[in-house]
Design a protein around this ligand. Structure first.
Ligand code: NAD
Length: 481
């Protein structure tokens, strides 16, 4: 690490947020945080271990009963101050995500900073009206908090993933221990500062930075954790689910995806393809729900491939701090090498390169950049049609008829999202009902931050966002009269 140049403002953080205060980390070790555009060292944060996790979980446990006994109106007070803090720090949030994730500043402002604010707002509205008690026959059913929550989040939408777990958990009356991703702990620390300023009771929210293998595993396996809410890869999700299952802990898993964008005959092909490129280049393709497979009828296949190659030209990689940039670097060297390996593997299996490629983009020798890449002549059995790439890479597949399109769209182990384009919304919606996916965008329908978000098949268990997201943190008690 010594040879890595330090960025301006380099900081060595040595504390964790536990039991209502920033406290010196108990475990030794640090994690370096790099700027993926400059490869400079932004900061180091503590690599928490069993001692930090124990302290955080113990604090959450001590806070659980009193926080769980508060009324919705009482919880709304600090939650509203947290919303205000998020609103007042939009610029700092965006700048932090630009620095540690490499997200272009425009996208960081519009999505990485604004979406968590919108999600927090949505929970204030939900909590204000939510009925935690209902009469069912001769019973009164109480929705009670499900207990101490371990929230484990990835780096790709770092604050959104945190807010999508922590805010509904707190709204439900659960205390939380958050373990954010190693690559993006700085926005998590900023979030902890805002929680601190919002005045929640001590122990209701705790932050432990650390690696997944050490801090993450200690948290999932901790006997005092009642609920594990995990977002990350399917491989890690499987071990998290196993550990939780053995201990009979509630578990929610938001995992990977390989989402299909199906363009039915009669749809506006140019629009569907252009929106697809925007979608797959957003966040450098590092989105679990990215439309990474474009499915087009074979009669219009070559036309679609040409449109896709042309659209890719609009996403020249560049400096994420420049407001003109639409495509920044990937988060890390490791991630870049994974994506390059996927591209090279696809070419070796017979895919045709029509845009981009595995080589570094011209003039960008520094930074973890990958060219926006379009691969044609891809068939459903190729690895590139099955495996999650997590980069700006689109594959184009041909289908024979609608049945074949549905079969191809469903022929991966994943089932997170999809998109359907047709001449009218009813036709698209009819087709959407045949897809094994938790979310389907109809003719370019917008992301809805209160609609349930989550996967079919190996894309996960449970749902985030909106009412469904909060109910993951509730359990039910029936009183019979
Ligand atoms: P990852 O699975 O490597 O890590 C995710 C988190 O889990 C990190 O905080 C990591 O430290 C932690 N972790 C790693 N090993 C662990 C272990 N053994 N026990 C407990 N925690 C552990 O994933 P990543 O590379 O950070 O993120 C990318 C993945 O996340 C992609 O597969 C993507 O599809 C998925 N993702 C899914 C959604 C969704 O909502 N479905 C959203 C965003 C990202």
């Amino acid at each position: 690490m010594d040879q890595v140049e330090r960025a301006e403002g380099y900081a060595e953080h040595t504390d964790q947020y536990v039991d209502g205060a920033w406290r010196p980390a108990l475990d030794a070790g640090t994690i370096p945080v790099l700027d993926p555009a400059t490869e400079r060292l932004l900061a180091t944060v503590p690599a928490g271990g069993a001692a930090d996790v124990d302290a955080a979980v113990a604090a959450a446990r001590r806070a659980a009963r009193a926080w769980g006994a508060t009324t919705a109106a009482e919880r709304l007070v600090p939650l509203t101050r947290l919303r205000d803090g998020l609103a007042a720090h939009q610029e700092e949030i965006a700048a932090t995500v630009v620095a540690e994730l490499g997200s272009p500043i425009g996208f960081a402002t519009a999505v990485h900073a604004a979406l968590p604010l919108a999600v927090t707002e949505s929970y204030l509205a939900l909590l204000a009206d939510y009925v935690f008690e209902e009469r069912v026959g001769n019973s009164v059913v109480h929705a009670e908090p499900a207990g101490v929550v371990a929230a484990i989040t990835p780096w790709n939408y770092p604050l959104h993933q945190i807010v999508a777990k922590v805010v509904p958990a707190l709204a439900a009356g659960c205390p939380v221990v958050l373990k954010p991703a190693e690559d993006t702990p700085l926005v998590a620390r900023l979030f902890a500062r805002l929680v601190d300023a919002a005045g929640f009771p001590a122990g209701v929210f705790n932050l432990v930075t650390g690696t997944g293998a050490v801090a993450g595993a200690a948290l999932v396996g901790h006997p005092e954790v009642d609920v594990v809410s995990f977002t990350g890869s399917t491989a890690v999700g499987r071990t998290v689910g196993e550990t939780a299952g053995r201990a009979i802990k509630r578990v929610a898993l938001e995992l990977g995806g390989k989402s299909a964008n199906v363009v039915l005959p009669g749809a506006d092909l140019a629009r569907a393809v252009n929106v697809n490129l925007a979608n797959v280049c957003a966040n450098s393709g590092q989105a679990c729900n990215a439309w990474t497979r474009l499915l087009v009828h074979r009669d219009r296949y070559e036309e679609a491939v040409e449109l896709a190659a042309k659209a890719a030209e609009k996403y020249a990689p560049g400096d994420p701090t420049d407001p003109q940039t639409r495509l920044g670097p990937l988060v890390s060297d490791r991630q870049r090498e994974r994506v390059r390996g996927h591209i090279a593997g696809a070419l070796a299996q017979g895919a045709r390169l029509v845009a981009g490629g595995a080589e570094a983009p011209d003039g960008l020798a520094t930074g973890f950049y990958v060219r926006p890449t379009v691969l044609a002549d891809v068939t459903g059995d190729m690895a590139i049609a099955q495996e999650e790439v997590f980069g700006p890479v689109l594959v184009v597949l041909a289908y024979e008829d609608e049945d074949h399109a549905a079969e191809l769209a469903n022929a991966t182990e994943y089932g997170l999202a999809a998109a359907v384009w047709a001449e009218d919304a009813d036709t698209a919606a009819r087709f959407a009902r045949r897809l094994d996916a938790g979310q389907v965008d109809i003719n370019g329908g917008r992301f809805n931050p209160v609609a349930p978000f989550g996967g079919y098949k190996k894309s996960g268990l449970g749902r985030e966002l909106g009412r469904h997201g909060m109910e993951e943190f509730l359990q039910y008690k029936s009183l019979q009269y």
